[in-house]
Write a protein that binds this ligand. Sequence first.
Ligand code: FCB
Length: 438
Amino acid sequence: MEFPKGFKWGTATASYQIEGAAGEDGRGESIWDRFSRTPGKVLNGHTGDVACDHYHLYKHDVALMKEIGVDSYRFSLAWPRIYPTGAGQVNHRGLDFYKRLIEELLTAGIEPAATLYHWDLPQALEDKGGWMNRDTALYFQDYAETVFQELGDSVQLWITLNEPWCSAFLGYGNGEHAPGKQDFAGHLHAAHHLLLAHGLALQAYRALNLPAEIGITLNLTQQYPASSSPEDQEAVRKADGFHNRWYLDPLLKGFYPQDMPEFLSIVAPKIQPGDFDLISAPLDFLGINNYSRGIVEHDGQGGYRSVPPQGPVTAMGWEVYPQGLYDLLMRVHKDYGPLPLYITENGAAYHDLVEQGRVHDQERIVYLQEHIAQAAKAIQDGVPLQGYYVWSLLDNFEWAFGYERRFGIVYVNFETQERMLKDSALWYQSFLKGLARG
Ligand code: FCB
């Protein structure tokens, strides 16, 4: 396998999933604090109050990354640490945590890659309508500008939003994630405001003339038909429109997919002149999170439904289908390129067992190897892929599944906060050692 010079190898995490210290140093309440406390929303009633206690153990975690040998670390900033109520006075104690973390990374020779929004919206903004309210995009611009001003020269890669499809659909459409709203039309408004927030943050960034690259991360899943019938092909078009193109098109083409009139008629009243100029302003890269594929069939009523996986699955029930990553990269490049791409998340949850002080997570190793091989093949076939981040460095709070799904290459004992490199981390370490990097 060959990777271009300067290709970045990393691991990724997100603030609410690892930091803990939920009430510390003036941090405000986020929608995930509220949601995880609402009975029945998160498995076993787990919350991110303590999580991996990374807020206190970050030095140890950076040391682990150094030991593994990554080039870059993708983390996210908690908006409510910096603006406890979403707007108003900056909380410098919150910003200081990220300054300490970044300093520790730079000292260890690891490039910081920072995401501004990985789902922990200040609850005070949710109380005013959250992402369904257009003003949230404006507050986000202010928050982004503060962060760029304070940390702008020390971060190498900026990501505005993580997976707006999840924030919009899981948060406001089916309610599986915070804030738990169930309103299909509302989720499309939320999606529009998230895209606008991205555009406004990008505008603020460009105005500051900072040198680092900036982009956005989407969760993209290649969709396949259950059969070769024209009806199932049509089902693929619709599923792809919903999961992928509804975000790719506005960002990279400057308009919503025209073949989705039912969606368009809902969102049209919310679109204001100039929105698409902001949303589709040039990106330095697109971040892609990918875990699996989708298989769909028509439902006989003009819609579609998912069919069960056809191969092995992870502990999430997600099919392991490495070729899906190749197909996706080729497709994004062909339909939206040329544009530098990063895989900002890829990884797998398995039911890990500690046996005599070791975790033999062979399935995760195979998962990573096979996906990295598909990424290498896409590069060979012309895709300008610039980096790959394993999700995740640590076992952590896996949203609605609490601590019941382990994605880490590092095992975390949530009672003692002890960390232990799983076999997959040791494999990643030797894989990285074996690469000629420069
Ligand atoms: C992605 C999220 C990330 C993590 C993985 C498993 O959708 O961005 O926080 O939960 O899934």
